[in-house]
Design a protein around this ligand. Structure first.
Ligand SMILES: [Zn+2]
Ligand SMILES: [Zn+2]
Length: 158
């Protein structure tokens, strides 16, 4: 599965779930000039900018609307795992995945980056230390991958 939400097709069921989660009727969205009936039936496919507009109106990340439907996780009961305190991944302008960590990269002015990252974005770089994608790249530049963990210590020259 590609991580980039823009590369994935629109999933009509995701719009239904997001709309119902917000308690919005189709008419409400139609009033905002969304051809919502067409989107939900799959007859009309929103383009990327339209998906961003939907994401702003419904408060879901853009990637949510292109996240492949999983019948096991996303059946009727599956929608209950959504709640107001759900924290979304900030990578890829909202990849649609749930965040599992915050970036711990230290900022110059103090504090840390705090970008929310999902399991597929960013990486754990140490005990309780996770970096977002861009800070991971910076980190690697500053400290090139050390693969010498298993090499025996150098023999002192006699
Ligand atoms: Zn993500
Ligand atoms: Zn970061």
């Amino acid at each position: 599965m590609t991580k980039e939400w823009r590369a994935r097709p629109f999933v009509p069921q995701r719009l239904v779930v997001a709309r119902e989660f917000r308690g919005m009727g189709k008419r409400e969205l139609a009033r905002m000039h969304f051809p919502v009936a067409g989107y939900e039936s799959g007859k009309t496919v929103p383009d990327r900018s339209e998906i961003v507009r939907l994401s702003m109106v419904l408060g879901f990340p853009p990637g949510w609307f292109t996240k492949p439907w999983d019948p096991k996780l996303d059946g009727f009961e599956g929608t209950f795992h959504l709640c107001e305190s759900h924290v979304w991944c900030d990578e890829d302008d909202g990849c649609g995945e749930r965040a599992v960590a915050q970036c711990d990269y230290p900022l110059a002015g103090g504090g840390t980056c705090d970008k929310n990252i999902c399991a597929g974005h960013g990486k754990r770089v140490g005990a309780n230390r996770d970096y977002c994608d861009s800070h991971l790249a910076k980190h690697r530049q500053a400290e090139p991958e050390r693969s010498d963990a298993h090499t025996p210590s150098e023999k002192s020259l006699g």
